[in-house]
Design a protein around this ligand. Structure first.
Ligand code: SAM
Length: 272
């Protein structure tokens, strides 16, 4: 795909990171809340390595089908090889562009994807809306104050974290606050039966779990380095920041969370 934008978290271990952090129980709770039912045709937009699409497909049985869409050729190839089967397919596409050729859906799911498309999030939601059957459900799930809530984080670390986030907003199209905007997207597009749900995400306290250590180490190695932030708070630059962050994060006294916000609604027949 020419001119495909660089996804902020792109790295050789991204498939592993996404698979390891996918919590099936949480996903099933969210999808059931949103109204996913057996027999539906499901679209998983920004599907990553396809594990979420597989779980949604299984929830849509008997009789349902699912299509996973992602801009990464590598993740789509992996998803197709590992999960592809009758009724479960994967397509490479950049969702900022209108999507054609994959049919319409009864249930569209977009989780942790809009946060990487700060400037084009509403356009993407418009594109997804056009793919819904009348009465079809759109479920958007993302985060607010993404990665920014930690107690009791030393002031230099907090200052650097805010600086990194600002850089990522300006240069990498990252939106750490997209969760708070989801309701307005569905409201402005005339969705009906809109409902909202909040849940904790990154709920980290006590002994650091292996899965969280891996996920946050990747965030440091990939997103923080890619931000280009120059770390005026630390004489030793990125290396010192990373060491002090890891030390803070490994301390069982720290408390970290990110609010997850889910918004679902039904497409009325009239949207063009
Ligand atoms: C953090 S992963 C989320 C994976 C999965 N949705 C989940 O809930 O675990 C974000 C995925 O969205 C994809 N993505 C980001 N922007 C996209 C776009 N504009 N079009 C298609 N896929 C996109 C990335 O390639 C990546 O695989």
């Amino acid at each position: 795909m020419e001119n495909a934008p660089q996804y902020l978290m792109e790295n050789k271990e991204e498939i592993e990171r996404l698979e390891r952090k996918t919590d099936r129980v949480a996903l099933e709770r969210q999808a059931a809340w949103a109204g996913l039912q057996a027999g539906m045709r499901v679209g998983d937009m920004g599907c990553g390595p396809g594990l979420t699409t597989r779980f949604l497909f299984e929830m849509a049985q008997p009789g349902g089908t699912a299509v996973g869409v992602d801009l990464s050729a590598e993740r789509i190839a992996h998803a197709a090889a590992k999960h592809g089967t009758d009724g479960l397919t994967f397509v490479r596409h950049n969702l900022v562009k209108p999507v054609t050729g994959i049919g319409n859906f009864d249930f569209i799911w977009a989780r942790f994807m809009l946060e990487y498309n700060r400037g084009r999030a509403f356009e993407i939601v418009q594109n997804l809306t056009r793919l819904l059957n009348p009465g079809g459900i759109l479920c958007l799930i993302d985060l607010d104050y993404n990665c920014l809530n930690h107690f009791e984080m030393p002031a230099p670390l907090m200052s650097a974290l805010r600086g990194i986030t600002r850089r990522l907003e300006e240069t990498a199209d990252f939106d750490p606050y997209v969760g708070i905007k989801l309701y307005s997207f569905l409201y402005d597009l005339g969705f009906e039966a809109i409902d909202m749900m909040m849940a904790p995400h990154h709920l980290i306290f006590g002994q650091l779990k292996e899965v969280d250590a891996f996920n946050w180490t990747k965030k440091l190695e990939i997103a923080v380095v890619r931000s280009g932030y120059d770390f005026p708070e630390f004489a030793g630059g990125y290396r010192q920041f990373a060491e002090e962050f890891q030390k803070f994060f490994a301390d069982p006294r720290r408390f970290t969370y990110t609010p997850l916000i889910a918004c679902r609604g039904r497409r009325p027949g009239s949207i063009g």
